[in-house]
Design a protein around this ligand. Structure first.
Ligand SMILES: Nc1ncnc2c1ncn2[C@@H]1O[C@H](COP(=O)(O)OP(=O)(O)OP(=O)(O)O)[C@@H](O)[C@H]1O
Ligand SMILES: [Mg+2]
Length: 459
C-alpha cells in the first residue's frame, strides 16, 4: 500500500486529506509542524509527502530541502495559497515533484499523487537496470524467445565446443556479427576476434589484409605485414559480406579452408591457420551458387554449420524485450534515464515491417533518446514514425485504388493485382508469408501470380 505523509498546520486540511486519502487506499500519516513532519519521515519514509509551504515553525522550503537531503528521490507535492510565479518556480527548483494551489482540488491532487507514484516506480526500475545490469541483461546478450532463436542458441552452444567453420546468414541488421562474437566468446574469449569486411576493400588489398605480405612484395609494401588469419591466432576471423569476395580470392580462401595453411603474399613459407573462420552474408548464397556467382565448393566448405537469423518482423514477440535491452544499453552509453516507450509507439513498432531489423530499431531508439525531453519516448520523439504511420493509410486510400484515368474506376481484378504486388513489395518475398497475409493457399497464390504475370525472386 503506498504511503503518504501530510505536513500541514491547518488541522482541518490535514484531517480532510487523511480521511480522503485513507479512503483512496493509501497509508496516511499527518504532521502539524515541519519538525514533526521531518521526524516522522526520518522514522519511516513515505512514498509521497504533501507539504504546505507556510508552517508555524519552519519554512516549507527548508523542510523540502531536508527531505531531499534524507532521500533525493522523495516525491514532494507542495500545497500553498501563494499563486505567484516565483514561489512556484522556487518549489520546483527545490526539487518538489508538483505544486498545487489551495483550496485543494482533489482531482488535481489525485493526479499528482498518481504521477508521483508512477515516476517513483519507473525510477526504481531504471535504477535496477543501471545498477545491476548483470541481473537483467549483459551487453552482448542475444535477445530472442521463439523456437527459431532457441534453436540458434543451441547451435551456438554446440559449435562453441569445436572450431568448425560457421556460415551466418540473415538480412541486414539481424545480428550476424553479434552471433559471431558470442560464438567467439564462448570458444576462445582470450584470443582475438578479427572482423574483415570483404566488400569494403579492393581485391588486392583484401588479399594482403587476409594473408599479409612480405616487405617489397608489391609497390607500397614497405614493411612486412601480418595477415588477419595470422593475427587472429587461436581466435576467430569473421569474414563479413562474404558474397562480395572476388572469384579469384574465393579460390584462395577455399585453399585455406581445405589445407588450413597459406602463403604470405611474396613469401615462401607456409603459414598455419589456427583461427576459427566464420562468414556472414545477407545475400542468398545458394542462389548465387546457382547463378555461378559464388563457388559451389567454397559454399559447402563454409556451410559446415549454418545459422540463419530470422528477420525481426517474423519474431515481433521479441520487440518489447529488445527495446528494454537496447534502452539499457543506450542509457549506459548516453548517460540517460529513458524508461521505455509509450503504448502508442509500441503499437506502431509491433506493426512495422522493420526492413533494417534490430539495427534499425536500435538506430531509431538512439536518435529518439538523444532528443527526448521526458523519460518515456513518445511518438513525437520519432519524427520518422510520423511519416511511416501516415504512409500506409495514404497508399491504400489514394494510390491503391486510384486509376490512372480520371473518373475511371478499377476492376476487382486490377485491385487484386495491385494489392498482391503491394504485399510482395512490403514483405521479404517469402511465399509462405505472402499466403498468410493474403489469407489464401499456396496453389491459389500461384494461380493468381500466373494470372497476373507476376514473377519475383526471394530476396
Ligand atoms: N537478438 C539480438 N539481441 C540484442 N541485440 C541485437 C540482436 N540482434 C541484433 N542486435 C543488435 O543490433 C545491431 C545490429 O546487429 P549486427 O551488427 O550483429 O547485425 P548484422 O546482421 O551483422 O547487420 P549487417 O548485415 O547490417 O552487417 C547490433 O548493435 C546488435 O548488437
Ligand atoms: Mg554486420
Amino acid at each position: 500500500m503506498p504511503s503518504i505523509l501530510v505536513i500541514d498546520d491547518d488541522a482541518s486540511i490535514s484531517e480532510t486529506l487523511d480521511l480522503y486519502l485513507t479512503e483512496e487506499g493509501y497509508k496516511v500519516r499527518t504532521a502539524l509542524t515541519g519538525t514533526d513532519g521531518l521526524n516522522k519521515y526520518v522514522e519511516e519514509p513515505s512514498d509521497v509527502v504533501i507539504l504546505d509551504i507556510r508552517l508555524p515553525d519552519v519554512d516549507g522550503f527548508s523542510v523540502l530541502e531536508d527531505l531531499k537531503e534524507e532521500n533525493e528521490n522523495v516525491k514532494v507535492i507542495m500545497i500553498t495559497a501563494f499563486h505567484d510565479m516565483e514561489t512556484t518556480i522556487n518549489a520546483m527548483k527545490g526539487g518538489a515533484f508538483d505544486y498545487i494551489h489551495k483550496p485543494v482540488n482533489v482531482d488535481e491532487l489525485d493526479l499528482a499523487i498518481k504521477k508521483a507514484l508512477k515516476s517513483m516506480e519507473m525510477e526504481k526500475k531504471i535504477d535496477g537496470l543501471l545498477m545491476e545490469p548483470s541481473r537483467t541483461f549483459r551487453v552482448g546478450d542475444i535477445i530472442g524467445t521463439g523456437n527459431e532463436m532457441r534453436d540458434i542458441f543451441k547451435t551456438i552452444g554446440t559449435v562453441s565446443q569445436s572450431r568448425t567453420t560457421v556460415l551466418i546468414q540473415g538480412e541486414s541488421g539481424t545480428g550476424k556479427e553479434l552471433i559471431a562474437k558470442v560464438i567467439h566468446n564462448n570458444t576462445s574469449p582470450d584470443e582475438p576476434f578479427i572482423a574483415v569486411n570483404c566488400s569494403a576493400i579492393v581485391e588486392t588489398l583484401l588479399e594482403s589484409e587476409l594473408f599479409g605480405h612480405e616487405k617489397g612484395s608489391f609497390t607500397g609494401a614497405v614493411s612486412r605485414q601480418l595477415g588477419k588469419f595470422e593475427l587472429a591466432r587461436y581466435g576467430s576471423v569473421f569474414l563479413d559480406e562474404i558474397s562480395e569476395m572476388s572469384v579469384n580470392l574465393q579460390a584462395k580462401l577455399l585453399r585455406v579452408l581445405q589445407e588450413m595453411e597459406f602463403d604470405r603474399v611474396g613469401g615462401k613459407d607456409k603459414i598455419k591457420v589456427n583461427a576459427r573462420i566464420m562468414a556472414a552474408t545477407n545475400k542468398d548464397l545458394k542462389a548465387m551458387v546457382k547463378d555461378g556467382r559464388f563457388r559451389e565448393d567454397l559454399y559447402y566448405r563454409l556451410n559446415i554449420v549454418s545459422i540463419t537469423l530470422p528477420p525481426l518482423r517474423s519474431r515481433r514477440q521479441d520487440i518489447p524485450q529488445l527495446i528494454d535491452y537496447l534502452l539499457t544499453k543506450i542509457n549506459l552509453d548516453l548517460h540517460k534515464k529513458i524508461i521505455g516507450i509509450s503504448d502508442e509507439v509500441m503499437d506502431i513498432f509491433m506493426q512495422y515491417n522493420w526492413p533494417g531489423n534490430v539495427r534499425e530499431l536500435e538506430n531509431l531508439l538512439v536518435r529518439a533518446c538523444v532528443v527526448a525531453k521526458g523519460q518515456v519516448l513518445g511518438v513525437g520523439d520519432f519524427p520518422e514514425l510520423a511519416r511511416e504511420e501516415a504512409k500506409p493509410a495514404g497508399e491504400t486510400s489514394v494510390d491503391l485504388f486510384k486509376s490512372a484515368a480520371p473518373g475511371k474506376f478499377l476492376t476487382l481484378d486490377e485491385v487484386e493485382e495491385r494489392y498482391i504486388r503491394k504485399v510482395i513489395k512490403e514483405t521479404d518475398k517469402n511465399k509462405g508469408e505472402i499466403c498468410e497475409i493474403l489469407g489464401v493457399s499456396r496453389p491459389t497464390l500461384e494461380r493468381k501470380l500466373e494470372k497476373y504475370g507476376i514473377t519475383f525472386e526471394r530476396e
